[in-house]
Design a binder for this molecule. Structure first.
Ligand code: 13P
Length: 252
């Protein structure tokens, strides 16, 4: 059975002391909860990963990174390798977020290299896909998502693909307060699962966790997560407040 996952993408937010407070608050609240077949993942800025991993050792959450450079080591000034993250017990890494595609010009081909590099070290990619508003308005949203999956993921073997979590994040819903409707989310998630089934078979598709991201919050999470093919969420702004993030986890 596929896992339910709520992952918090903190993006470039919080000072070290604020991050410590937030992680402690979330860990304490998770201690009181019974999570069945459910994973909570915190993806703080890289600087805070060691601290987060120390807390995670005794807590009910996993640690994820927000980015890597696809090489084990070398002359890549300013970058972080999956080997470094693995040593700090990082289990997940967000790949292909629209902010990285937009501000850092990350192509589907480069993202493929990142996915391979993570899998080489046993770190699970949370692979983001999703269309821009003009693409949806032009009716191209299915084609855009299909191309992103085909060009960055579908070279994988079925066994390797089994490590991947997919996050559908329509770009027009990210940080805008405009969430996808339940129907829009379900329609795309169902489509993604269908694509995975065509490529890897029904069993792999059934076992793939597909998360929704984009203005998901304490109020709308329950309805979104109730959709058949929505297996949880990748949460931005609402993951920065312990109470609301926990409310979202409770909505699974
Ligand atoms: P918001 O939840 O702030 O819209 O961000 C979503 C997101 O980009 C998560 O990766």
């Amino acid at each position: 059975m596929r896992k339910k996952i709520v992952a918090g993408n903190w993006k470039m937010n919080k000072t070290f002391s604020e991050a410590e407070d937030l992680i402690t608050e979330i860990a304490d609240a998770l201690d009181e909860m019974e999570l069945v077949n459910t994973e909570v993942v915190l993806c703080p800025p890289t600087l805070y990963i060691e601290m987060a991993s120390d807390v995670a050792e005794e807590a009910n959450f996993k640690v994820g990174a927000q980015n890597i450079y696809p090489a084990d080591a070398g002359a890549f000034t300013g970058e972080i390798s999956p080997v470094m993250l693995k040593e700090l017990k990082v289990e997940y890494c967000i790949i292909g977020h629209s902010e990285r595609r937009k501000y850092f010009n990350e192509s589907n081909e480069f993202l493929m290299a990142k996915v391979d590099s993570l899998l080489k070290h046993g770190i699970r990619p949370i692979f983001c896909c999703g269309e821009l508003l003009p693409e949806r308005e032009a009716g191209q949203h299915f084609a855009v998502v299909k191309k992103q999956l085909e060009e960055s993921l579908f070279h994988l073997t079925a066994a390797a693909f089994g490590m991947v979590v997919i996050a559908y994040e329509p770009v027009w819903a990210i940080g805008t307060g405009v969430t996808a409707s339940n129907e829009q989310a379900q329609e795309m998630h169902g489509y993604i699962r269908q694509l995975v089934a065509e490529k890897y078979g029904a069993k792999t598709a059934e076992n793939t966790s597909i998360l929704y991201g984009g203005s998901c919050n304490g109020k709308n999470a329950m309805e979104l997560f109730a959709q058949t093919d929505v297996d949880g969420g990748l949460i931005g702004g609402a993951s920065l407040k312990a109470e609301e993030f926990i409310q979202i986890v409770s909505s699974l």
